[in-house]
Design a protein. Structure first.
Length: 255
């Protein structure tokens, strides 16, 4: 099974303000287990701006484009180093792929990205890690990221990779029945319509961009191309191992 896993900024943030290293190590161990079981795992990760904010000792997400881009350029190497260090004990290598939204509009770049991804997956030891190229995507970053904290990017990657499922990790159990995150967990969605979107709230913390609505929009995009989606709590132990099961915990979106 080929799985695309999206990890958002809120999950990557530790209470001390840096990256959640212990959480990264937990995911890395699960990825290694999935690889040994014959699954292919592709990551779509936010967190570059968050890592840059921590390095620069900035507590609130900047509002200006130059400041955001400065944080991204400083934070992206730190983010990849964290992934590399988490994967290294399992003899896995993190492979960085940065994209802007207009890259996906170019057939040549789209095909080249798919070819590169195919080669990386054949290497067996590599874990591709996609992120938006915030240092260059000035139009997106001015709008606080066109990909919505990489939610929509994860859908694009899942489609490009011809994935068997997209797993969007968040800091909630899944889609809840109330927009404020309360109510009951909605375990199964067959069609994303206005009634489903009405259950979604807005963006999360000040350090992140995406919200449940952008995750549902991403899920609708992936589902339109035949890729089922799981929205699950990334803080749960064994969340990635459970994601390949027939009835995974969270909100399962499939026809």
């Amino acid at each position: 099974m080929r799985i695309v896993v999206k990890i958002g900024s809120s999950l990557l943030a530790s209470p001390s303000g840096g990256l959640a290293v212990s959480r990264l190590r937990g995911w890395a161990g699960q990825i290694a287990s999935l690889r040994r079981a014959g699954h292919e795992v592709i990551l779509v990760s936010s967190g570059a701006i968050r890592a840059g904010m921590q390095a620069l000792k900035i507590k609130r997400r900047p509002s200006s484009r130059p400041d955001l881009q400065a944080c991204a350029t400083i934070g992206q190497p730190l983010l990849m180093r964290a992934y590399s260090e988490a994967l290294a004990p399992h003899r896995l290598l993190a492979a960085q792929i940065l994209l802007t939204s207009w890259d996906l509009d170019s057939r040549r770049i789209y095909d080249n990205t798919r070819a590169t991804l195919r080669t990386l997956l054949r290497q067996k030891r590599t874990v591709p890690v996609f992120n938006e190229n915030d240092a260059l995507s000035f139009e997106e970053i001015a709008l606080l990221n066109a990909f919505g904290d990489n939610d929509r990017l994860s859908a694009h990657v899942a489609i490009l990779a011809k994935a068997n499922r997209l797993v969007i990790l968040t800091d909630a159990p899944g889609l809840m029945s109330r927009p404020d995150g309360g109510g009951q967990l909605i375990r199964r969605v067959r069609k994303i319509d206005e009634s489903v979107l009405a259950c979604a709230g807005g963006a999360g913390s000040a350090g992140s961009v995406g919200g449940m609505r952008s995750k549902l929009e991403a899920a609708r995009m992936a589902l339109s191309r035949g890729v089922p989606v799981l929205i699950a709590d990334g803080r749960r132990s064994k969340v990635l191992l459970d994601s390949v099961k027939g009835s995974p915990a969270g909100t399962w979106i499939a026809r």
